[in-house]
Design a protein around this ligand. Structure first.
Ligand code: PMP
Length: 433
């Protein structure tokens, strides 16, 4: 016994770079959803299967003749995958891409982001992040020694009687410009944006692009929802704007693109002068992503290249189906007075919970934002899981917009119907004496 007591470590073990980033809301909300939810519209993943052609491609990769697909492949990306990505994105961007130098495969878009911050951000560098944002940007910048600088999308009241749209959340041009300085190394752009579903307009992208060029700043463009755009809106790639190719890394995700988030295949497309540094981080961290999954994604892109722009293309089918699901959820929420903000893209939808405040009274002086307590109450008492919008704001700004929650509508019709039943029943309980 005395030996084991002596052997106990007493020195602090946590590296300084982890200070202040050790809490993560996903751990808590994923657990709450697993424990209490009957309908989980929280975390962002489909509950419907990936397309058959993709599943079949994975089976072929695993059980086909080429047993080398069970072994390591090229560290920076399986050759068939980087080849087809170069071809596909070359077509989208209207430029010749080299599969070896302009494309790198990562363990999901998540690792692509991590590589970017590690490769570009030094101690003291500032990185501009547009709020609300996919929450990992902030800790990843901090872990690299950088300082996140936040600039908000500000909501404008919608026209009388209309539902608010994600397009009503806009940057103030002067405010955005004021965040750029000689310390600014990079800006993170996420269009279509998680959590609002905002699809940045050409004018908004030009504003950002002009500032990037003026201040010689790198643009980390997280485009994982590039195919999920509704109502005929267009996803514009900021790298295609003047002066931007040379300073932009485009991040994508097979998880979001093919409804297979568990495969964790992502990629980066960009100029070699930026990608060479991402390769250094990748080489010295994960080194390699699962070969068979990469091979299947390559086959998926091969199919999509052949069907590009045709009605059978998954990149046309999926947004069509999701738009219908979006509209169902909008109807369900609107009918009970949980005002939805109509998203132009992504499979997320943010809704205003102000009208439900009598059900979950506020606790003045609580450290926890109202929406967070509301979302916890909702999953425990109604079995419906969603994510508080405050999770997508930095520490000091968590109470700026704290009466919204985010739903994911990439769900089977039955799941959305079950959510509707919960909301309807809740409304009846509220109105009956
Ligand atoms: N960026 C955004 C905006 C996301 O929403 C997500 C996933 N929720 C990712 C990146 C990570 O994607 P992946 O699953 O491919 O790592």
């Amino acid at each position: 016994l005395s030996f084991s007591l002596q052997a106990k470590m007493s020195r602090p073990v946590q590296a300084r770079r982890l200070e202040g980033i050790d809490k993560n809301i996903w751990v808590e909300f994923v657990k709450l959803a697993a424990t209490y939810s009957t309908v989980n519209l929280g975390q962002g993943f489909p509950d419907f299967p990936p397309p058959d052609f993709l599943k079949e491609a994975f089976v072929r990769a695993l059980s086909g003749e080429n047993h080398m697909l069970h072994q390591y492949t090229r560290g920076f990306g399986h050759p068939p995958l980087v080849k087809i990505l170069a071809e596909f994105f070359g077509k989208l961007l209207g430029r010749d891409l080299d599969s070896v130098t302009n494309v790198m495969v990562t363990v999901g878009a998540y690792q692509a982001l991590f590589c970017c911050f590690q490769a570009f951000v030094d101690e003291g560098d500032e990185v501009i992040i547009i709020e609300p944002f996919f929450d990992c940007y902030e800790p990843m910048v901090k872990m690299a020694g950088g300082t996140p600088v936040f600039v908000p999308l500000r909501p404008k009241a919608p026209k009388d009687g209309k539902l608010m749209s994600s397009a009503d959340w806009q940057l103030d041009p002067a405010e955005l410009a004021s965040k750029f300085s000689e310390r600014t190394k990079a800006i993170v752009l996420n269009s279509p944006n998680n959590p609002l579903g905002k699809v940045f307009s050409r004018g908004e992208l030009e504003l950002i692009a002009d500032l990037c060029v003026k201040h010689d700043v790198v643009c980390i463009s997280d485009e994982v929802y590039e195919w999920l755009v509704y109502d005929g809106k267009e996803h514009i790639r900021i790298a295609s704007l003047r002066g931007m190719w040379d300073r932009t890394v485009i991040i994508g995700s097979a998880g979001k693109t093919f409804s297979a988030t568990g495969w964790k295949v992502g990629w980066v497309v960009g100029p070699n002068r930026l990608l060479q540094h991402l390769r250094t981080v990748h080489q010295n961290s994960v080194y390699h992503c699962a070969t068979a999954a990469q091979d299947a994604v390559a086959q998926g892109f091969q199919r999509e290249l052949e069907l590009y722009g045709k009605p059978d293309s998954y990149f046309i089918q999926l947004p069509k189906e999701l738009q219908q699901k979006r509209d169902w959820l909008i109807q369900s929420l609107d009918a009970v007075g949980m005002k939805p903000i109509v998203p132009e893209g992504t499979y997320f939808l943010v809704a205003d919970i102000s009208k439900f405040k009598s059900d979950v009274p506020d606790v003045p002086d609580s450290d926890e934002p109202y929406d967070s307590r509301f979302a916890k109450w909702m999953v425990k008492n109604k079995g419906l899981a969603a994510i508080p919008l405050s999770a997508f704001y930095s520490g000091a700004h968590k109470n700026n917009y704290n009466h919204f929650i985010r739903f994911c509508f990439a769900k089977e019709e039955a799941t959305l119907k079950a959510a509707n039943d919960i909301l309807q029943k809740w409304k009846q309980e509220k109105t009956s004496p």
